[in-house]
Design a protein around this ligand. Structure first.
Ligand SMILES: NC(=O)c1ccc[n+]([C@@H]2O[C@H](COP(=O)([O-])OP(=O)(O)OC[C@H]3O[C@@H](n4cnc5c(N)ncnc54)[C@H](OP(=O)(O)O)[C@@H]3O)[C@@H](O)[C@H]2O)c1
Length: 284
């Protein structure tokens, strides 16, 4: 495909130090494209909670990868991402790629709000991330050998964040993706029993799935000092989202012309790259 731009203006990568954003940024840099990270800790700080920071981040950029924090399903998210889109358009920045989640009413409202802005929008609507097990809140569980979750025997087509980054970068840099809504999943569905089996194989250790009720999970999280807001979000995710989207989608194939990565490949590659080598204490 041909590139849409060839200017030296940077692409603004919001959440550019997070799981998806840092991969998007790395791929853009690999293509020789200038990148500006937008997060609270970046050189030009960007804070979703302080719109006065947005202009300086957007000024002079040519496209934006929008990873909202904490979650597009959070109250106020549709309004925030729409305001961001409007602020981008005010500065002549038309190309926007929005990271979204499947089966979340507020996230789907946020997608529509960004499409309605009139910008050149691509939405990447994603299943649950495989890298939650290697780089986020489930990593310690893998290391402890016990993944305690209120997931029952529900099926989820976990998606590899590397696929998300590949699709986002294609959408940010190539023609043919404007107006598309790419739904990204792995090629198959997995129960959590399937997932821990793959993680056990990859780490050559025993990893067990221990199903619990949502109430017990939430009570344990609260006991461990997880902030109230996050506990509320976990309740929502495991009651309303997890297992409610038990179907695969072809977004990776449509966007990139290749199949999505499966869980076994993710787990093997993550283990090879040392994802589970550092002990729990050292990553806290
Ligand atoms: N995890 C999943 O399974 C899943 C599935 C579907 C969709 N999603 C969506 O993915 C998004 C998260 O993306 P991710 O997993 O790539 O990120 P992440 O790994 O959770 O990292 C969060 C990023 O956001 C930045 N950040 C935190 N608070 C911020 C604030 N107030 N203002 C600006 N930036 C802030 C962080 O940098 P600083 O600390 O420097 O600010 C960091 O770069 C959410 O919208 C979520 O809904 C997640």
């Amino acid at each position: 495909m041909t590139t849409t731009h060839n200017s030296q203006q940077p692409v603004l990568v919001l959440g550019g130090t997070g799981k998806t954003g840092r991969r998007v940024a790395a791929r853009l840099r690999d293509r020789g494209l200038p990148v500006r990270i937008g997060s609270r800790s970046s050189e030009i700080p960007f804070d979703w909670e302080d719109p006065s920071t947005w202009g300086a981040s957007l000024d002079g950029t040519r496209a934006v990868y929008i990873s909202y924090y904490p979650d597009l399903a959070a109250p106020g998210a549709p309004e925030a991402v729409r305001s961001l889109a409007d602020a981008a358009l005010d500065r002549g920045v038309r190309r926007l790629v929005l990271l979204s989640g499947r089966g979340e009413v507020e996230a789907q409202r946020a997608e529509q709000a960004v499409f309605d802005s009139g910008a050149d929008v691509t939405v990447v609507r994603c299943a649950w991330f495989m890298q939650n097990f290697s780089e986020d809140f489930l990593r310690d569980a893998v290391l402890s050998g016990e993944v305690v979750l209120p997931g029952g025997d529900a099926h989820e087509p976990w998606v590899d964040v590397d696929d998300i980054a590949d699709v986002a970068v294609a959408a940010l840099t190539e023609d043919g993706h404007v107006g598309e809504l790419y739904e990204l999943t792995s090629p198959q569905l997995y129960t959590l029993t399937d997932v821990v089996a793959e993680l056990g194989r990859a780490t050559a250790s025993e990893v067990r799935y221990i199903p619990v009720s949502v109430d017990d999970y939430v009570a344990a999280a609260a006991d461990q000092g997880v902030p109230e807001e996050l506990v509320g979000h976990l309740t929502y995710l495991f009651s309303e989202v997890f297992g409610h989207n038990a179907y695969t989608a072809d977004g990776v194939q449509r966007a990139l012309g290749r199949p999505a990565r499966d869980f076994a490949t993710f787990a093997r590659d993550a283990a090879r790259s040392g994802a589970w080598e550092t002990p729990v204490e050292a990553t806290a």
